[in-house]
Design a protein around this ligand. Structure first.
Ligand code: CA
Length: 206
């Protein structure tokens, strides 16, 4: 009987977890698009990265040049200049959403600290990553999260490089981005209520 109870609880928790993990972003890991081989520079209007638009400057669509956080492709938000990439998706006004993404930085050259601004709804938090000691085979990807509340029926999530032009090719080594997701947070109360109902059901069966 104990094993049935655990199985039922596991099933319930798995169902809740899968409901919470539906990603509203298309191609969040950048795995779909024109094969970039090592890397491919994509400018405004470029259609190489499925589901994503280059909104400003240009970005490098990275293939084998460095190890991605997830899969085999990712983004350098600086192509030959500061780039901005984004995607628009349907949202419910007033609903809060979780944004999660992996960040690193182009370790080929400075500046050491790469920065990007993520924007959605009315928020635009700044994120930084220090590439000191990092290499293309050891990118040190870190996951960051933030929340926004939708203020319109469609929301644009964007990532803009804050790593600007320095001496020489200072603009060519930017923040790296991969594995982007937007999900609706699952209320904790619902999770607890679900577990309680399952526990009650299991007791009744005994
Ligand atoms: Ca990827």
């Amino acid at each position: 009987m104990k094993s049935i109870r655990i199985a039922a609880l596991t099933l319930a928790l798995t169902t809740v977890a899968s409901a919470a993990s539906a990603n509203l972003i298309t191609n969040g890991s950048f795995e779909n698009g024109t094969n970039p081989n090592g890397f491919r520079t994509v400018g405004v209007g470029g259609t190489d990265i499925t589901g994503w638009q280059v909104l400003q400057g240009n970005v490098d669509y990275i293939g084998s040049h460095w190890l991605a956080a997830d899969g085999v492709r990712s983004i350098d938000l600086n192509g030959s200049q500061q780039g901005k990439i984004g995607q628009t998706f349907a949202t419910v006004v007033g609903q809060t959403y979780n944004v999660r993404f992996a960040m690193a930085g182009n370790p080929d050259s400075g500046p050491a600290v790469k920065a990007l601004v993520a924007a959605a709804g009315a928020v635009s938090p700044l994120f930084e990553f220090d590439v000191t000691g990092r290499t293309v085979n050891d990118m040190g990807w870190k996951y960051f999260t933030f929340q926004f509340t939708a203020i319109s029926l469609n929301t644009q999530l964007s990532f803009l490089s804050q790593t600007g032009a320095g001496a020489g090719c200072g603009a060519c080594y930017g923040p790296a981005l991969d594995d982007v997701s937007v999900t609706v947070p699952e209320p904790v109360t619902l999770l607890l209520l679900g577990s309680g109902i399952v526990a009650m059901f299991a007791r009744r069966r005994q």
